[in-house]
Design a binder for this molecule. Structure first.
Ligand SMILES: NC(=O)c1ccc[n+]([C@@H]2O[C@H](COP(=O)([O-])OP(=O)(O)OC[C@H]3O[C@@H](n4cnc5c(N)ncnc54)[C@H](O)[C@@H]3O)[C@@H](O)[C@H]2O)c1
Length: 341
């Protein structure tokens, strides 16, 4: 006897790169887009897609004749009445689209990062969604990465002992990509290092390939434990990078490349100086290596939450914390002084 699977209806708004096109990047693990995440799930009835760009809709039509296509998300929400809406549009549209969804019967919202353009809008929409009991899932995708979930559960101190210093690198805009980095730092460090208490920002104009309205900023985060995390921005035109180095009393843990490769380094006797120790050049253990199915974990988290068996791994309050820090870093850079949160 087979038990019936209840399906949640869903719709996608925004069928650009992360919304749709990445599904056809042969190098990426699948699902690689919101489209792939929704089309491939047996518990989802994926009904409709909206994009203001009709060329994107034409591309979808070639791949899938069974999905309803719209140029207006408002019309789509009213006609299709989806339970779950996935938003993969430009960041300056996230707030108004979430607001409309919340007024029109949507039961769960998945939204691309950053949650909004500014802290004020983030606070407004998070409060509204909480009051309406609508769970929110912001795609700060490292929170849906099985290897990072393990690091979080064990704490970084499990791998390196007491943390002494942390440095990190990112590219392409404080709000656009820095949001991932700050969120990941909070996620991995809050259990042992507490909250971020203050920030200090420095503009980086030397290698500033970034969105026109979102500069690369270097910064220091001061945690309540006394830990300082140094973050530097690099040039995405040269190479992509999203890297973390956690230096502890018992070794070092690195998240390398775009966070995919995780290496643990132990301490060895120096081959060169008697009585001295060094970090091993070769990792003692490699923890990552292959890309993880983050979109799969995200949609399972949504379904489990709607079934009352889980809560959002990346909720509105998590994103508000990030937005507060981003605004403080911008202000610190402008005023050229350390800012307390
Ligand atoms: N989580 C991640 O790792 C990750 C990676 C890439 C991009 N993103 C985020 O995803 C979002 C989209 O980025 P992208 O690179 O896919 O951009 P994109 O330009 O390739 O796609 C955005 C699409 O949204 C459509 N759109 C814009 N406003 C709309 C509206 N009001 N109604 C319907 N459609 C609308 C556009 O026509 C476009 O097709 C951004 O917020 C970006 O920061 C996240």
């Amino acid at each position: 006897m087979t038990s019936k699977i209840y399906k949640f209806s869903s719709a996608l708004i925004g069928a650009g790169r992360i919304g749709f096109q990445h599904e056809y990047d042969e190098k990426r693990i699948k699902p690689a887009s919101h489209y792939g995440m929704l089309i491939g799930n047996k518990k989802i009835n994926f009904k409709a897609i909206c994009d203001t760009n009709s060329n994107n809709l034409e591309l979808i039509k070639k791949n899938n004749k069974n999905i309803n296509l719209y140029e207006s998300y408002k019309e789509m929400i009213i006609k299709e009445k989806p339970d779950i809406v996935s938003i993969a549009t430009w960041r300056d549209t996230h707030y108004e689209i979430m607001d409309y969804c919340s007024d029109n019967g949507v039961k769960a919202i998945i939204c691309e990062k950053p949650i909004s353009e500014n802290l004020k809008d983030a606070k407004k929409i998070v409060s509204k969604l909480k009051n309406l009991n609508i769970p929110l899932f912001i795609n700060h995708r490292r929170r849906f990465d099985s290897e990072l979930i393990k690091l979080k559960t064990n704490n970084i101190t499990h791998y390196v002992g007491e943390i002494l210093q942390v440095n990190c690198f990112y590219v392409y805009g404080l709000l656009t990509t820095g949001t991932h980095l700050i969120d990941t730092l909070i996620y991995l460090l809050e259990n042992t290092e507490g909250e971020i208490k203050s920030v200090l920002g420095f503009s980086n104009t030397s290698n500033s390939f970034c969105p026109t309205d979102d500069p690369n900023i270097d910064f220091i985060l001061f945690f309540s434990s006394g830990l300082k995390v140094f973050v530097q921005s690099l040039d995405m035109k040269s190479y992509d990078i999203f890297e973390f180095n956690f230096f502890g009393k018992k070794g070092k843990l690195s998240l390398k490349n775009i966070g995919r490769d995780i290496e643990q380094f132990n301490i060895i006797n120096s081959p060169e100086h008697k009585g001295f120790t060094e970090l091993n050049f070769n990792p003692k253990k490699k923890l990552g290596g292959k890309p993880r199915n983050q979109f799969g974990t995200l949609i399972n988290n949504v379904i489990e939450t709607l079934n009352g068996k889980s809560i959002s791994y990346s909720n509105g309050d998590d994103s508000i914390k990030v937005m507060k820090i981003i605004e403080a870093i911008k202000f610190s850079t402008l005023k050229n002084k350390k800012i307390n949160l």
